[in-house]
Design a protein around this ligand. Sequence first.
Ligand code: WT7
Length: 642
Amino acid sequence: MSQSIYPPSSEFSAKAHVSGMEGYNALYEKAKDDPEAFWGELAEKELFWFEKWNHVFEWNPPFVKWFAGGKTNVSYNCVDRHLTTPRKNKVAILWEGEPGDQRMITYQELHRLVSRFANVLKARGFKEGDRAIVYMPMVPELPVALLACARLGITHSVVFGGFSAEALKARIQDLDAGVVITADGGWRRGKEVRLKDAVDESLAGCPSVKDVIVLKRTGSNVTMKEGRDHWWHDLDATASEDCPAVPLDSEHPLYVLYTSGTTGKPKGILHTTGGYLLQATMTMKWVFDLKEEDTYWCTADIGWVTGHSYIVYGPLSAGATSVMYEGAPDFPAFDRFWRIVEKYRVTTFYTSPTAIRALLRQGDQWPNMHDLSSLRLLGSVGEPINPAAWEWYHRVIGKGRCPIVDTWWQTETGAIMIAPMPGAVPLKPGSGTLPLPGILPDIVDFNGIPMEEGREGFLIVRRPWPSMLRTLWGDPERYKENYWSRIPGIYFTGDAARRDADGYYWILGRVDDVMNVSGHRLSTMEVESALVRHPAVAEAAVVGRPHEITGQAVCCFVTLKKGDYDPAVLGKELRQWVAHEIGAFARPEEIRFTEGLPKTRSGKIMRRLLREIVTSNAVTGDVTTLEDMGSITRLAAQHDEE
Ligand code: WT7
């Protein structure tokens, strides 16, 4: 554990939304003692409601409703309500494409774009309660599509552009979506990511899809299916700019976002309206200390929850200027991020430890080529940040002036849960520090008994919070089982953590079979099921192995069916196969062929053992339940030969 402590500077504190530990403690205590009053007052003050709610929350474990009976609209809160304020001509979305093209969309312009596209959806017959799949590059029409859906009460599900046609199809089917909103392609490292082709491939077997709306981004050749496929610009050209936001129940489903669980089937995390938006909005102020004059940039992709809450909904609801970049951080050179920071005078920069480590490795000359003096606050998300990366981020990017907010949260939590309020809470590199107001985490053992200070245990959350997931789409049983049964009635995060003498939280990583590759969650089981779908594969076991840049790398142990194979050729083919089945980001780093897999007598693959092999190449601990000791020895020996 690091010894260094970084208290907020007095200049930062003086101007912050929340100043000093007294400020933090007062909010935290109020939320803890009277959550109803705390959240009720914030909801009234921070959001627009068509009709007020009956109860702040209703908790029927494990199901919760926030502001039930209240009527609001996320699109109205993110766009319309700013139009009667001086923000009307403020840039809402400051966009840069990978090739260098740029667009600055004000709140008024955003209102026109969103209203027109909502009318397009309406004209095609889509309405409250329908579902839309959004599979787009990082272009302004992506948030426009989300806000148009939200305006009408169409539940959206964004599928990250890096997912394959197979993964896309599974999500369309699970959601029974009526419309797919996509583009011809997008730019990534100078190459086109062809999205429409993947949509075409996925749609065989998706009878629910009536319409595909295609944005022209790259201008490359795509096939348009008569009657089903329509160009965005054709439909949009004649659409009216008048499309009032529909008053929706506070618990109306805003979006479903699929994330990896411990089985091969992704989980559809459901987020709803009022509570989600309130917490996304509040965390913008508490954690990013958002000021009217800030230029705020979250480098995530909108395909992940970070982009939903901290590129689209949080920033726009709070009236921010939100920067959006289409492409890769290393294109055309390793200074792309710093070039963008300098060009737009970015004040607040939020990225992942993976990106920081990758850029750190390229050397200080890249950031040093640029004037980064506009920065005042830095953020980190997705995985624990190691001290070396933290230190570099603080010194070379923040020039020692900028607090770093290390934000712990999950797709399920909807918004940041544990993070410093930068004008109040002293930082310790590698710790998310303290929980935000209204969040009651704890660290417990198998029986739910709180752990002593400094001891490792399961991270849990004791009380429902506004932006909590409501259920898993179409599978309330799995929702109960996954999150609320390990310790009955208490939210189980799947993370291990410990708490130090100051009450600071230190996240130690997942305790389930979920890997974290570049801050993206990936299930070992999902990769295994993809592998065994390949005709040559008999069995597969997948583990995450520590990786210098990406945190973890996908490592696969594979046994083959009878046949003659060239391991080098097949290894390459299997890596490509996984990329095709799931997406390029899931491509395994390593495939190891083996004659047998270590199993317990009941036939369960011993992943712990495999993890040890890939981590240290040494096997320790109790292996007496192994069926075939030989297979382990052979695995270890094979590694020595490589
Ligand atoms: C898992 C959630 C919501 C952010 C993007 C990832 C890990 C996330 C941190 C952090 C240590 C972190 C946890 C968590 N994680 N942020 N600041 N420090 N670990 O969302 O895919 O839902 O993954 O990411 O293990 O459970 P996700």
